[in-house]
Design a protein around this ligand. Sequence first.
Ligand code: QV4
Ligand code: CA
Length: 515
Amino acid sequence: MRFLLLLSVLGRCWAQYDPHTQPGRTSIVHLFEWRWDDIALECERYLGPNGFGGVQISPPNENAVISNPSRPWWERYQPISYKICTRSGNEDEFRDMVKRCNNVGVRIYVDAVVNHMCGNGVSAGTSSTCGSYFNPGSREFSAVPYSAWDFNDGKCKTSSGEIESYNDIYQVRDCRLVGLLDLALEKDYVRTKVAEYMNHLIDIGVAGFRIDASKHMWPGDMKAFLVKLNNLNTSWFPEGARPFIYQEVIDLGGEAIQSSDYFGNGRVTEFKYGIKLGTVLRKWNGEKMAYLKNWGEGWAFMPSDKALVFVDNHDNQRGHGAGGASILTFWDARLYKMAVGFMLAHPYGVTRVMSSFRWPRYFDNGKDINDWVGPPSENEVIKRVIINPDSTCGNDWVCEHRWRQIRNMVIFRNVVDGQPFKNWWDNERNQVAFGRGNRGFIVFNNDDWTLSVTLQTGLPAGIYCDIISGDKINNNCTGIKINVCSKGLASFSISNTAEDPFIAIHVDAKLKTDE
Ligand code: QV4
Ligand code: CA
């Protein structure tokens, strides 16, 4: 009995690292700026049936309406209140989305912006997504309510009141990040307000939170509001389940603040991951895929059981935050699919797939001056996600998660979950392969010549459908077929000019040959 008690205590203390996805589901998709009604539909028509574990949604709380530039995507990172009321929808629509997604086995993770409120330069008034009054000058947010007592002005020691040096951990936590009014999270009143907001969402049925700008909050202050959080809603989660927590902390090394400062609260975003993977696939700085043999902790990344990983995110796909030019995005489609494929095949971390909107990039002196452009909209109303007959999205929604190569690799990750990384092979340059136990195998050709090699796959003998070039439909394969012989050996040939120069096979894509 005591052993069971110990297990339940252990379960409680590390459960905030567990995304609580349903069995057989492993990945999160960030449906950036989607409306709640469209997310509910996508859960039912696509994410549920295709094994997605959950959706990261854009901040659901009331934000400032920024008119110059016109309705930038980043206005949603300028809170005005904790009312569930944004261009993505109201509370009823939010509740409906959470229920319908949970009912088809897809979780909801909320982007929680709780380090700050809106910018100190925003004009006072009711120009907010729910009409709540606010006055940045007097630090008044009447719909929470917050007043001047609840901000860090007195605590920040810089003359500008803004963060001036990232090497001073006090500035980074207690001063304004790009002018955003910094909440006094050492105050129990503020911690309680934040916890009330998060508990409202937990009681509706969300599974956890991406905590925005975590680097700008003291880990102890975060812990103080995290311990106030309720267990997850038992309509969809087991008794005692703790909310999944992943903290946005950009730590590329060399700063005073480190990701490990936050491990006690939950998982942390590993930004080195996407930067390094982009550099390797672009073959910059002498990097090559053969070096990926010890990918993960071997590359000085944080421990896998603390990491939330991604190829790109909503910031660095448009030059914000960290990553720079090496970040691969949907704009670099061929290499991007290889990067996402590699991430989803490799055992490291909890994986998040980006799903973007297209915007009119316009480079001036190497910088995209349209990096602010908000979601597809008509008269400031976010456009619906149109699904085309070929299952792609219209209305300038990119829907990377619906690209066959990415959708099928989300499924690949589910099929090989828990299986060890093994049977690595490389040609010492940019042709590599590896397996996941006896359930999956993947081969990449990123050299400028054809890959032609026979490899040990670790898989049972049979004919497999390559789920990159096609799909297994009924017992047919619309793409390349791979014959694995009785000893697990298979021959692979991949042209360097192929549309997608990589092949992935797994036991759920094995064709029945006795029919
Ligand atoms: C400007 C000046 C300030 C001035 C202020 C006056 O730069 O010096 O004091 O006006 O009000 C927008 C504008 C920015 C403007 C600010 C208003 O771009 O120019 O400041 O609003 O104060 C997103 C965008 C930001 C945007 C912000 C708020 O990226 O450009 O700022 O939303 O709308 C660091 C952090 C990391 C952060 C990353 C971007 O450690 O946590 O920078 N990433 C997260 C989110 C990101 C979001 C924020 C944090 C803030 O992923 O999307 O920033 O919530 O690395
Ligand atoms: Ca802060």
